[in-house]
Design a binder for this molecule. Sequence first.
Ligand SMILES: [Zn+2]
Length: 347
Amino acid sequence: MAPRLKRPRLEDGSTYGELQEAALDEQVGLKQPKPHEKLWYDDGSIVLATDVHLYRVHKSILAQYSTVFKDMLDIPTGDGSRADEGGIVSAERWDGLPLVRMAGDSDEDVYHLLMALYNREYHQITKPTSLPIILALLNLSTKYDIPVIRREVIQHLAIYYPSESEKWVNVHETPLFGEIYDTPKDANFQLLISARRCNAGPILPMLFYSCAIESLDTIFNHLHQLDATDLKRIISGRELLLTTWIPLFGTRVLRPQQRCKSAACSDARIRMFAHWVESCESESRKFPLAACCGGLRGIGNEEEYKKLCTFCINESTDSLDFFESTFWDVLPFIFALDEWDELNKDI
Ligand SMILES: [Zn+2]
C-alpha cells in the first residue's frame, strides 16, 4: 500500500483528510460494524451491534443473567421497534437474527461484558484486572441489571476499598490492577465516579477517603470530572480529616494531658504530640488509617519511643484500637454518606 501523505492535525488529533475519508466511508457504508472475530458464535441467536463490532451471542445467556435483556427480548417487537434504557431492539435483522443496537455503550465496554459472561476466567476476584475492565463491568452490569457480575465486581473492589474495618490492610498480596496494564494515576477518581453513578454503596466511603487524601493539586486536576456535590464531599471530608481526626489521633494515642509514674515518659509523650501536630501541616502527614497502621511507633522517632513506659504503651494500644473502630464507624459521615448498614445494602 502506498504510504499516506502527512496531513496537518486538528485539535482532536485527526487530520482534515481523515475526516473527509470518514465522511466518505459513512456514505458508502465502509464504517458499518463488522462481525467480531472472537465473540461470534455460529449457533448464536441474537446479534448485538456497537458502532465498531457485531457480536453474535445467545439470547438465552443474556436473558439468564440480565433482567433488562430478558424483559427486552421477551417483548414482541410489534410495530418493529422498541427502545429501552439499554439497547434498542429494532426491526433490523442480521442474517435472519434479531439485531440489538447497544445504544450509548462503547464497543470496548460491550466486549468486556460479553467476555465476562462467556469466559469465567476473564474477571476473577482473586486475580489482578485492569481499570477499563472493572469500570466496564461495573457500569454495564448496573445498566443491564446483571447481579452476578455486579456483585462480583463490587466484592472485588471491596478488597481494596473495604466496608469492614477488620478487612482494611495497607498492603495486598494481589494488586487490584495487573502490572502489564498502564493504570492511570487518577484510577481512584475514575472508580469513585463510576461507583457513584452505579450506586455501589459499600465501596464509596473508602473511595472518597482515597481521593480526599490525595494532594490538593491532584484533587483540583479532577474538577472537570466530579459533580459539585462530590467535590464538596471530598474537600469537606479532607478538611475534617486534617482539622479533627489527625489531631484526635495524636491526643488519643499519646494522651499528652495525662502524667504517668515516669516523668521521662510523660515528657516524651508531650514532645511526640507536639511533633505530631506540627506534622499535620506538612506533606508527610499521615492520614488516620495510615497512622493507625504505623501505631505508636509511627509517631515521633525511635529515641522518644524508648522513653515510654510499659503502662503507657499498653494504654496506647487500647486507645489505638478504640480510635480505629470509632474512625471506621464515622467514615461514611465524614463524606456525608449514609451509615455503613445502609451502604452495604447496595450490592
Ligand atoms: Zn508512661
